[in-house]
Design a protein around this ligand. Structure first.
Ligand code: PLP
Length: 404
């Protein structure tokens, strides 16, 4: 007899990405030359996980007692202050309004946002192409996910479609939680221009009188974009006090320590009583989910954020990693147009998507020749973060042939 509740009795057993990665790894181990563009982590050209050495050293220097002890429920104060100070270093107004709670990565931040800013049964709004765990996080919290078409026919953000979706959801459920993942959107690779941020803010402000709207910016790839990472924050200032403003902050990519599970949900709430209520609700959610996060992990990241010499060393080392990624992006952009491969503007970041029908069939054809990409609805996700620069030409060839 299956004792699971009926609604959970036919959950998918395994993330399909892992199955692809397992096949790619075993074929490579058997001697085949495999191009594995499925891994969602930045790898060196020789396949090793790319790390910031300074971050690794600082993690090693955290004393055993710090790893062993519980952390405060909402997170260690030095860590939370470090996150807010780092994110809003050029934005005193946002900084003054900010509260944060620690979460296991950006995933935890998304979870806390979903349960605190929309009611059970209501829908989170995001773009048609999105990181698929958004849907899982909603499912797990008895919420739904609805989307707007992400791109116009000329492959720019479809802000009219977004606006219509916001209006529709406000009419239907009287509140909106909109998740925007930028820069280096996963999976498309799109990074918004400042004018697009400005236009988005205008649209949200125009709708704010019709009900509570909250914008959550998922900044998982904040430090891998081509533009100054914090420049867009200036455009968000007019939202303060009118549209709720949240950030899902993560150390996974910024400090290359994915398994450390360090992140934070940052909320900008200018009114002190509302800020205190927000902080209490988020802290309560921490107690009711994971209780508290890794004290040792927060200690390490707090040091990296607050010690100027360590922060500068991480910046230098991250610049090298970004250059590694940028070389692959440049190679892709140099070769793909000649093969008529359709993809959105891609300036940098871990992933890009190629638009196609029958993504599963085309990915299967590519696998036959040893090139692995992830098939999603209407696109193939190509993780350049895990591809040797010398293999980009082979990857583009396989894509070009599969799309014919
Ligand atoms: C778009 C996006 N958001 C959030 C995350 C969360 O990552 P983590 O929970 O490791 O911080 C990821 C990780 O791949 C991601 O791609």
């Amino acid at each position: 007899m299956l004792h699971l509740i009926p609604g959970h009795s036919d959950r998918p057993a395994n993330d399909p990405n892992f199955a692809l990665n397992t096949e790619a790894t075993s074929r490579r181990a058997a001697g085949e030359h495999i191009v594995n563009a499925t891994v969602g982590a930045l790898l060196h050209d020789d396949g090793r996980l790319a790390l910031l050495p300074t971050a690794s050293r600082v993690v090693q220097e955290v004393p055993p007692e710090e790893w062993a002890a519980y952390a405060p429920i909402a997170g260690s104060q030095d860590f939370l202050a470090g996150v807010i100070g780092d994110l809003f270093q050029d934005e005193p107004e946002l900084r003054a309004s900010a509260v944060a709670t620690a979460t296991p990565g950006g995933s935890g931040a998304l979870r806390q946002a979903i349960t605190n800013f929309i009611e059970p049964g209501q829908a989170l709004l995001t773009s048609s192409f999105h990181w698929s765990p958004y849907g899982t996080l909603c499912d797990e919290s008895e919420r739904r996910l609805v989307t707007y078409p992400m791109f116009t026919p000329d492959r720019r953000l479809d802000l009219d479609a977004l606006d219509r979706a916001v209006t529709g959801l406000l009419a239907e459920q009287k509140r909106v939680l909109l998740v925007v993942n930028d820069p280096c959107h996963n999976p498309t690779g799109y990074s918004m221009q400042l004018e697009e941020w400005r236009a988005l803010v205008e649209r949200l402000l125009a709708r704010a009188k019709d009900g509570p709207i909250t914008l959550l910016v998922d900044v998982a790839y904040l430090l891998y974009g081509v533009r100054p990472p914090r420049a867009f924050l200036r455009e968000l200032r007019p939202l303060l006090g009118k549209v709720g403003l949240l950030f899902a902050w993560s150390a996974s990519k910024s400090f290359t320590h994915y398994g450390l599970r360090v992140g934070a949900l940052v909320a900008c709430v200018p009114e002190p009583k509302e800020r205190a209520a927000t902080e209490a609700a988020l802290s309560y959610s921490c107690r009711g989910t994971w209780s508290n996060c890794s004290r040792g992990g927060m200690r390490a990241i707090a040091r990296l954020l607050s010690d100027p010499a360590l922060a500068a060393a991480c910046d230098r080392e991250r610049n090298d990693l970004r250059a590694l990624l940028d070389r692959r992006v440049a190679a892709f952009n140099a070769l793909a147009p000649a093969r008529n491969i359709p993809y959105p503007p891609y300036e940098g970041g871990f992933f890009v998507t190629v638009f196609t029908d029958d993504a599963h069939g085309r990915a299967a054809r590519m696998r036959e020749r040893g090139v692995f990409v992830v098939p999603l609805k209407g696109v193939l996700r190509v993780a350049l973060c895990s591809v040797d620069e010398r293999d980009v030409a082979r990857l583009v060839d396989a894509l070009g042939d599969a799309l014919r």
